[in-house]
Design a protein around this ligand. Sequence first.
Ligand code: URA
Length: 241
Amino acid sequence: MLRLDRWLVTLGVGSRSEVQKLVRRGAVRVDGVAVTDPGKQVDERSAALTLQGQPLDGRLTRHVMLHKPAGLLTAARDKKQPTVMDLLPEAYASIGCMPVGRLDKDTTGLLLLTTDGELNHRLLAPGRHVDKTYRAQVDGELTQAHVEAFAAGLHLFDFDAQPALLEIIAPDTGLVTVHEGKFHQIKRMFSTVGREVTALHRLTFGSLTLDPALSEGQWRELTEDELAALYNDAHMEGPQP
Ligand code: URA
């Protein structure tokens, strides 16, 4: 249960005083009944909201699969540059739906966003990292020697990358599966073996696979099965209702 005005503020409807005015004017209905007391306690998990006659999605929990396009920062907000949050309705940022980890500005592909801070944290915690698969195109040919170097674990200047699987799918393109998620990890791994990444695309994140029906910039909420598998990846019970 929470106060109606607090719920509306969290959903990004307006400031505290703005939503209080709306409620007092009778613009908000809860389960079909106009509620004019902004302080009324309502059950945010079950109550149906309308605002000025239009249904208002009151969920405070969201889990999103986004097909990130190139050119957007993976950040909750940025003063100068557009971010992945610009692709979602404003309410998602208001309720704290945040990217899980980062993709570089020029990287495309699967990005998970969630309101569950504990899930976010656990999926990224060192030692708990989930597998991620990337398709990397590079500026030259890939060879068996590269596959072996990745499998042996690469020595980067500030850390030793764990053994990673590299599968060559075209002369200049590989699928790489890593268990870690260090800054620019894939680009730096290729750089170490003398190849520069010219295009990077993430296909999987833990048990999630990028939905091929999503084109760049499109997103959808996770299905119940995807969500259950993801919580399992994070060794968490859930999702919480
Ligand atoms: N590794 C990189 O180098 N960049 C990304 O965006 C993700 C992994």
